[in-house]
Design a protein around this ligand. Structure first.
Ligand code: ZN
Length: 268
């Protein structure tokens, strides 16, 4: 199977109605005519992931996020920059094709990133319908217990919290990745918390002076609101972890392996 054929099969199986124009699901490097020998899937094709992909002989890397540091892969400013040149050389020398699978993943129903999130956390039966955020009604728990569950399941040494760890909670909203930035509507995350009467918002990226400030003031005032900040990588990688299983009917006996990008920051 050629890279091009696999891309088309994935488009058809995920979100066939999603418009090609304007999609960021494009090749970042390599050859659409290459025969796929083995596939590595990852949250982001960083150098750590690419080295492991080369080690296991994967010649197609499917990444959820950009390879060269911007949403539209604008590399014009990077010519001659060693970060770009060395990474590009590594990709070429190892015969790797890198393809982004992002917009179609989110446009699929269910959204394949949230499908992986629910599977990892065992939250499938707690989902309730919602608007911008994915909403869950959990058996009553505490914020501290939720934080511990995230640390355990997502492999995090610590999580960031706004609010009282002892607070009881049931109604949770989740905005994975950059959804919590409220791009295009900065009020959306806090409004969702208010309108849906959420106890806790679990999120990826943050803006400290919008939603964080709203939740912090709620906590100062003794209201039942908290926010758990897990970051973009940790909230979305679970979707890529689920992808080998989702891909299996499409790829036949071509091996598919998830390679973790790991935590993007260290804590010192
Ligand atoms: Zn995403």
């Amino acid at each position: 199977m050629k890279v091009r054929d696999l891309m088309q099969a994935i488009f058809r199986a995920s979100a066939p109605a999603f418009p090609d124009a304007g999609s960021c699901d494009v090749l970042h490097a390599g050859d659409p005519e290459a025969e796929v020998r083995a596939i590595a899937v990852c949250f982001m094709a960083d150098m750590g992931v690419l080295r492991k992909a080369a080690e296991i002989g994967a010649n197609l890397v499917i990444t959820h996020e950009p390879t060269f540091f911007s949403s539209r892969e604008d590399t014009s400013w990077l010519r001659g920059n060693p970060v770009y040149e060395l990474k590009k050389k590594f990709i070429e020398e190892n015969g790797i094709t890198v393809w982004r699978f992002h917009d179609h993943m989110h446009a699929a129903r269910p959204d394949l990133i949230y499908a992986g999130w629910e599977r990892l956390l065992g939250w499938e039966s707690y989902a309730r319908s919602g608007g911008h955020a994915r909403l869950y009604r959990l058996p009553e728990t505490t914020v501290a217990e939720l934080c511990e569950a995230f640390k355990r399941k997502l492999g995090m040494p610590c999580v960031r919290l706004i609010g009282d760890p002892g607070m009881k909670c049931r109604d949770i909203g989740v905005l994975v990745g950059g959804g919590s930035l409220g791009l295009g509507d900065e009020l959306m995350p806090a409004k969702t918390m208010a309108e849906e009467s959420l106890d806790v918002l679990v999120c990826g990226e943050i803006v400290e002076w919008t939603t964080c400030a709203f939740v912090r003031d709620a906590a100062f005032l003794g209201l039942n609101k908290a926010m758990i900040i897990l970051g973009h990588n940790r909230t979305e990688e679970c979707g890529m972890q689920y992808l080998p299983e989702w891909l299996s009917p499409l790829v036949g006996d071509i091996p598919v392996e998830h390679i973790s990008s790991g935590e993007p920051v260290s804590y010192i």
